[in-house]
Design a protein around this ligand. Structure first.
Ligand code: PLP
Length: 405
């Protein structure tokens, strides 16, 4: 019998957040073990529910949401996104420039598919949110990673970015606020990135899905607000700021030098049509979310649930010998470093397996975020303080044993 093989297009495609270690965790759960899951930013699964008005409006709208919509999406939610652009000072955006999708993920994949030919390179941060590396590969392009520097609070290393540019580089990706590091880029850094994009005529893909999940009173600057002579594609959605991952509702904004991109925009429109439209109930939640009470502010304010959990996870992790962490300024994640002298890890996926098997705690290994060395891992600080204390206590116990091996 001839075996059925997967496509060679998948050769460099991976997504370790839902990878083999999660499969093992599922198997353990089936065997009756209780696992503390620090592996995924699935916000509502931790009891952080969407604003009630979103749920109420979706229920009310459901009977009228059974049909397809325009490929780019319904008028009212796209108009709400245009207003949001005004708030974020992204200029010149009309509803024609707004695309709604089944989460930002679908639009990220669409934007790369419409752009890339074989040999085209895209600069992607390391560490990254691994969807970018995967979709660039799947679209036939080549992901090229630029380094973010832990020593400067995980800021993008602009010299490294410049050094990686070749005649084949078409675009650069920034994730700001960042998953997995929790970094928030100041305006000067964003201006530096715009300058690089301008000089080398690169498209900027800006993932801003955590732009309201900000601690310590921080503010977020959209990179697309800083220039009109560079082409920007900005991604956002309801999954994180509105705790609505399961509603699969996101948007993409095309702004800046659109004149240069007529052909590319035609490609985007064609791919948007081919997938018919984003799910209609998810689209209908956008206007309510953007125009409604911004309850995320209560969660991230000092003393709010997410702020408390961030502080606790940081305090507990930094008490473990040989563990250092840059304290996140935004988002839902930490990317701790394990001192290689104390923890000589050769294979960090194996490390994650062993932590799971011994302590029933699920994290994601750092190399799953295209970080080159096996000396980091990512955890989400979404569990409540009791579960977080228990989980980090178990990690500390595991590391204590690891040192003695
Ligand atoms: N972008 C980043 C940086 C993310 O962390 C995530 C999800 O974790 C996504 C995009 C996916 O967003 P969506 O649920 O809108 O597809």
């Amino acid at each position: 019998m001839k075996p059925i093989a997967k496509s060679s297009k998948l050769a460099n495609v991976g997504y370790d957040i839902r990878g083999p270690v999660l499969d093992k965790a599922r198997q353990m759960e089936e065997e009756g073990h209780k696992i503390i899951k620090l592996n995924i930013g699935n916000v509502a699964a931790f009891g952080l529910m969407p604003p009630d008005e979103i749920i109420q409006d979706m229920m009310r709208n459901l009977p009228d949401a059974a049909g397809y919509t325009d490929s780019k999406g319904l008028f009212a939610p796209r108009k709400a996104v245009v207003h949001y652009c005004q708030e974020k000072q992204i200029k010149g955006v009309t509803i024609d420039d707004v695309y709604l999708g089944n989460g930002a993920s679908e639009l990220i994949a669409m934007s790369m598919n419409a752009l890339l030919d074989s040999g085209d390179e895209v600069l992607i941060p390391s560490p990254d949110y691994p969807l970018y590396t995967a979709v660039v590969s799947l679209s036939g392009g080549t992901p090229v990673h630029y380094r973010c520097d832990e020593g400067s609070g995980w800021m993008p290393d602009l010299d490294d970015m410049r050094a990686k540019i070749t005649p084949n580089t078409k675009a650069l990706v920034i994730i700001n606020p960042n998953n997995p590091t929790g970094a928030l880029y100041p305006r000067e850094v964003l201006e530096g990135i715009v300058e690089i994009a301008r000089q080398h005529q690169l498209i900027v893909f800006a993932d801003e899905i955590y732009d309201k999940t900000l601690y310590d009173g921080a503010t977020h600057t959209s990179i697309a607000s800083l220039a009109d002579d560079v082409l920007f594609l900005t991604f956002n959605g309801l999954s994180k700021n509105y705790r609505s991952c399961g509603y699969r509702s996101g948007w993409m904004i095309v702004s800046g030098n659109k004149r240069r991109a007529k052909d590319y925009i035609e490609g985007l429109n064609m791919l948007a049509s081919m997938r018919l439209c984003a799910n209609t109930p998810g689209q209908l939640a956008i206007q309510t979310a953007l125009g409604g009470y911004q309850s995320i502010k209560d969660l991230v304010a000092p003393g709010g649930r997410l702020a408390r959990q961030r502080d606790l996870a940081y305090d507990l992790l930094t008490q473990i010998p040989g563990v250092s962490v840059v304290k996140p300024k935004a988002a839902l994640y930490m990317f701790p470093r394990l001192d290689p002298k104390m923890y000589p890890i050769a294979d960090d996926q194996q490390f994650a397996y062993e932590l799971l098997a011994e302590e029933r705690v699920l994290i994601v290994q750092g190399t799953g975020f295209n970080w080159p060395d096996p000396d980091h891992f990512r955890l989400v600080f979404l569990p409540n303080t009791d579960d977080l204390t228990e989980a980090v206590g178990r990690i500390a116990r595991f590391l204590h044993g690891y040192r003695k091996r």
